[in-house]
Design a protein around this ligand. Structure first.
Ligand SMILES: [Zn+2]
Length: 274
């Protein structure tokens, strides 16, 4: 990896030098646990222990809550310090944590891409909302995907804005989100064109693409189920769902959704139609 690539990946070199110099005099607390951050990488905002824990995380596989026919791959359990890091990254403009959080997600993507008989994974982020993008200035899920070295495929958009999910039970959340997502019109048109072309020249047809819905956190799974439904209804069934972190039921109930969340996913917020 070239020096310029390294500088781009970890932030501007001048910022890193300034941060390193500052870190020599002023202890910088780790964003995950509060202990002093790694003096070698003060700009990362992580202590060696939290950084090592993220790097050592291994992918897990299960089933999407409420959809036992949908595979779910995740990298982390949604509890501290991981939950704190994710919330800081999403809601407190801590984009400096993106690289460290992308590391375990990259392993999960690699796990999906190595599934036998499937083409390389096509990563479809759950779209955010207008308000979130205006507040943050970035789309957290897309940023994480890009930091893994992949390109997000913007195939989904909100067909309507669901109401606030807070206070709704699981059935009400599912009803609230039913039909809220759809495959973007241009994607549907492109898919139809590709399908017709493959039928007329089957010998030269491309390998089927393996779509994976990607989000940062799976809590109740309502938004992810809606994303899967939207892709299936457009004739593009996903191979499964990938998330950075999965919340167990008790963790979900113990920790209130972060500010800006709709309570069903932590990825709410971002430009519609991206
Ligand atoms: Zn730490």
């Amino acid at each position: 990896m070239s020096a310029s690539r390294t500088a781009t990946k970890n932030g501007p070199m001048t910022t890193r030098i300034a941060s390193f110099t500052l870190g020599c005099f002023v202890p910088i607390p780790c964003a995950g646990c509060g202990h002093p951050a790694d003096p070698r990488w003060p700009v990362s905002g992580l202590c060696p222990g939290c950084r090592a824990a993220l790097a050592a995380a291994t992918p897990h596989e299960g089933r999407l809550p409420g959809a036992p026919d949908v595979r779910l791959l995740w990298a982390l359990r949604y509890h501290d310090p991981h939950a704190r890091l994710i919330i800081d990254f999403k809601n407190h403009h801590r984009v400096d944590l993106a690289g460290a959080l992308a590391a375990p997600l990259a392993k999960t993507i690699a796990e999906a891409a190595e599934q036998p008989g499937l083409a390389p994974a096509v990563l479809v982020p759950v779209p955010g909302r207008d308000a979130g993008f205006i507040r943050r200035g970035y789309h957290p899920v897309e940023m994480l995907i890009r930091r893994t070295g992949h390109t997000p495929r913007r195939m989904l958009e909100w067909a309507r804005a669901p109401r606030d999910q807070l206070g709704l039970n699981l059935a009400e959340r599912a009803q609230n989100l039913d039909g809220a997502l759809r495959v973007r019109v241009r994607v549907r048109a492109r898919g139809t064109t590709r399908l017709l072309a493959s039928r007329s020249a089957s010998a030269r047809s491309p390998r089927p693409e393996a779509f994976w819905v990607v989000d940062d956190v799976c809590t109740s799974g309502a938004t992810l189920r809606e994303a899967v439904r939207a892709l299936r209804s457009a004739g593009m069934p996903p191979a499964g769902v990938l998330v950075l972190a999965r919340a167990a039921r008790e963790e979900h109930s113990a920790r209130p959704p972060p500010p800006g969340s709709d309570g069903t996913k932590c990825g709410a917020g971002g430009p519609p139609g991206l």
